[in-house]
Structures are given as C-alpha cells and as structure tokens.
Ligand binder design. Structure first.
Ligand code: ADP
Ligand code: MG
Length: 478
C-alpha cells in the first residue's frame, strides 16, 4: 500500500508536455486559498471536528493542479480520506477550478512550509534518517491496479517492449541496463512500467522497487534542496534495487535535476541494480539532456512501442469488453478500432463513452448509436472512404459486376453482397442512410437500415460473412 492517497475531481490524466517549474512551493495565492478553505471547513464541520481532524492539515505543495496536504499519521490520513476529502476537494475546486486533485501525504511532525528553515531541516532529517520501506513507499508512486501484465494486450507494435519488460522481471541477473522504453502518448508506457513493478513485487518480494515519474523525482529533489538535506535523498534513491522512472523527457532543460539523476543512475548501475526508463522519444532525440546522460541512457536495451495496429486495437477493445462485462457487438468494436487510431487512451475513452451512453438511455449499443455518440470524435478521424470504392471492392470480392450493387436483382448471391456493401458504407463513411440508399440504385433508407442490422446479426453467427467483411474492410482501409 502506498502512503499517499489521491482524491481526483475527474478521471483526467494529464500527459501534457508542459515545462515544469523547478519549484513546487505553494504560491501566496494558493496559500491564501488554502487558508480560506480551512476556514470554510471550520464553519461547515464545527469546532470539535475541526480541531480533531481538519486543523492538523498542512499545505505542503501545489503542482499541476494537485494540491498536496499533509497529516501527521496514517490513521488520520485514512480517516480524512474517508470522511472529508471529497468535500475538501469540492471547496478547493470552487475556489480555483484549476485544482483537480488532492493528495494527502503523511508527514510526521508536519509544519507549515513557511516556517523557518531549521525546523524543516530537522523534520526532513528525521523523516529520512533511516530509509526504511515506509519512507520508500512515500516517495514511490502508487501502482495502478489496472496496469498489470495480465491486462496488457500484446501485438506486433509492442511485442519488443513487452518481451523486454518480461525479461527484466524474470531474469535473476540484470539482463540489460537500463531498459529504455519509448513511444508516443497513450501507447502503454506507464502501463508496462507498472506491470513490471507489480510483477517484481510478486516474483522478488525482497527487492526494493521504486516507481516514480521524472516529474516527481524532480519535485522530491527540489524539496530536499529546500530543506538543505540532499544527503538522505541520495541515500534513499541509492538503496533501491529496481528503479523505474517514467517520462524522463520531463527533466529536459532541468540541469540540476539531471545532474542529480545522472549520479543516481551511475551509482545504481555500478551496484548492478536494474533501471527502467520510459520516454516519449528515443535517447538520441532527447533535446535539452546532457550528452553524457543521453549516451548512458542508450547503453542497455532501447525498445520502442510503435503506433498501434488495427489488430492490436481490436484486441484491446475485446479485452476491455470482457473486463467491463458489457455487451457490445463485434461490429462496433471493429468500427472503433478502425476509426480511433490516435492512441489507446482515446480508444478506451470512446468505448467507455458509448457504454455509458447506452447505460444512461437504456438502449443496446449498436453501430448507429455509436456513430451518434461519437460524432465529434469521428469527424476528426474520418478517413474518407467512398461508397463507390466500397461497391467496387465488394463486387470484386464476390465476383460480381459493380452494376449488381445498383440493380434490382434479389437473388441471394447478389442481395447478400449488396447488404455487405451497405453495411460497410454505414460503417466506413459518414453518409446517412438515405444517402447510402440513393447510391444503391435509389433504395429506401429503411432498406439500408435493414441491411445494416442483418449483417450485424450475421457477423455474430456466420463465420463466412464475418470473414468476407473482414477481408473487404482490410482491402479498403489498407
Ligand atoms: P503512456 O504512458 O504511454 O502515455 P498509458 O500506459 O497511460 O500510456 O496507456 C494509456 C491507456 O491505454 C491505459 O489505460 C492503458 O491501460 C491502455 N493501454 C495501452 N496499451 C495497452 C495494451 N497493450 N493493452 C491494454 N491496455 C493498453
Ligand atoms: Mg505515461
């Protein structure tokens, strides 16, 4: 268990590449906001509750929408989390909408950060005196329970990164140092890092595993500098067996943090301790990072996570459907896998949205409701396949003439392929049902709707049709 509890106002996870300031000390505005919040809490909960629980809360830091407050004991932290945290966050957000998270940390003998330096120094020294596991956990980021190897879907684009991650966990000796994972936003870097950490804990319970973002490393370092106590900070980092540092690109241009990280890195490598690093780009492309550090980063294994493929996206969606235990037809998942190609986070977001919508309005998820709900998103991803192209490919696949797509012939061997073409027109273009009808020899929109439903149905029961649709779709989408 982590020592830190986060309370989030929204499910938002920020991945902006915004430059960080090296200081996280609360600004005077935030400090006075906090005073106001404190006062509101006194009024709202009354003097007794305030004295016991809320008065001891001390503002520690503010960074990227996260307000960090401390309490002196774990018990208090849990109590506040369960009874007051949601309300505290609400009041904070009302005062400043930029605040998105409240983080409650345990700091023994907490004192306000405006207090004179000697006191801070004393506290920091005390807290870091012996780098025991509690302190280690305090620094380490909480592991996301959803991010494990079991839930990580492997496909061609991430096969190398995944294999390397497994090797790191399974090898008794350090197989390569560091393991450097890189890839674009939302492609699974953090997921893999946490998966490694979970598995390490299970396989090697005696190892001290630390996961943190480069951002947090910097924050901790700056805090230690402020407290004039970098000694315990160094000791702490050098005592871990496995260090996982996420989003290393954050320390670009932060010279003193880089310097510190470089020394930590070398000390760990010298002791043959495993280091795993993630980044949004490969070492050679990390601008604003010193040459000597950049070159050391590529000493071990550099593994990339490539942009996802259709198959991987579909695999992930199917796995999510099972996890969520919801009924979503394959045709909808295929549609999403085709259309939402930017990154996995957006893909999962799209699925969540349609499932939530279906739940709220109590209707089953269909291709049509999906297109409706995701209109805005889809416009941005539209790949502009035309109905003419679809008709040509379908005709080609079934050995028919393109004119059969428009004709009135109703023989099954012509009618079924025509329905497939209508279905694909609905799935792959933004055309409305009447528009599609017109392109198919002036048919009525209800005929098109019937065709779409029929094929959706058959896709779940008829392997041949499913195969045909898949082949044609691949031909169309490249
Ligand atoms: P990054 O750190 O690269 O920006 P994340 O690791 O946060 O991306 O991944 C974004 C989302 O996509 C997470 O919810 C993660 O679980 C999911 N995800 C990414 N890749 C996979 C995968 N291969 N299998 C399952 N889920 C994945
Ligand atoms: Mg990440």
């Amino acid at each position: 268990m982590s020592e830190t509890i986060r309370v989030s106002a929204s499910a938002e996870t920020s991945t902006s590449s915004a430059r960080l300031s090296e200081s996280y000390a609360p600004t005077p505005e935030i400090a006075s906001l906090w005073d106001g919040v404190h006062e509101s809490l006194r009024l709202e909960f009354g003097e007794a509750a305030f004295r016991s629980w809320l008065k001891p809360l001390v503002l520690q830091a503010y960074y990227h929408g996260t307000l960090e407050v401390s309490v002196p004991t774990r018990f208090m932290r849990d109590w506040i989390h369960n009874h007051y945290a949601a309300r505290i966050l609400e009041i904070c957000v009302a005062a400043n909408p930029d605040i998105r998270r409240l983080e409650i940390v345990v700091v023994q003998n907490a004192i306000p950060s405006e207090e004179p330096t000697p006191a801070i120094r004393e506290r920091a020294a005390k807290a870091n005196q012996n780098h025991d596991d509690a302190a280690l956990l305090e620094l380490s980021s909480p592991l996301d329970p959803r991010f494990t190897f079991e839930t990580f879907v492997v496909g061609k684009p991430n096969a190398l990164a995944h294999a390397a991650a497994r090797r790191v966990v399974e090898s008794a000796a350090v197989p390569f140092n560091p393991l450097f994972l890189y890839g674009g936003v939302g492609l699974g870097k953090t997921h893999l890092m946490h998966a490694i950490a979970w598995a390490m804990r299970a396989h090697w319970p005696e190892k001290r595993v630390m996961v943190l973002s480069a951002e947090k490393f910097m924050y901790q370092f700056v805090r230690a500098l402020r407290a004039k106590d970098t000694f315990s900070f160094k000791e702490m980092f050098r005592s871990v067996d496995v260090l996982l540092m996420d989003d290393i690109q954050f320390i670009s241009g932060k010279e003193s943090t880089q310097e510190e990280f470089f020394h930590t890195f070398n000390a760990l490598v010298d002791q043959n301790k495993q280091i795993i690093i993630s980044s949004d780009r490969q070492p050679s492309d990390l601008a604003g990072i010193e040459d000597r550090l950049r070159s050391r980063l590529s000493w071990g294994l550099v593994a990339d996570i490539q942009p996802s493929s259709y198959d991987l996206r579909l695999g992930i969606l199917k796995a999510r459907r099972t996890q969520l235990g919801v009924h979503v037809p394959d045709s909808v998942l295929e549609f999403l896998a085709l259309k939402v190609t930017s990154n996995i986070r957006e893909l999962e977001g799209a699925l969540t949205r349609i499932v939530a919508h279906a739940d709220v309005v109590s209707t089953p998820v269909t291709l049509e409701t999906t297109q409706d709900v995701l209109q805005d998103l889809l416009r941005a991803h539209d790949r502009r396949i035309t109905i003419d192209e679809i008709q040509r490919k379908v005709a080609e696949h079934y050995n028919l003439r393109v004119s059969d797509m428009h004709s009135a012939r109703r023989a099954r061997n012509v009618a079924r392929p025509r329905q497939v073409a209508m279905f694909l027109s609905k799935q792959l273009t933004a055309r409305s049902l009447p528009e599609i009808g017109r392109k198919f020899g002036g048919r009525d929109h209800t005929t098109v709707m019937h065709a779409v439903r029929k094929i959706e149905e058959l896709l779940e029961t008829d392997v041949q049709i499913a195969q045909d649709v898949d082949i044609v779709r691949r031909a169309l989408t490249g």
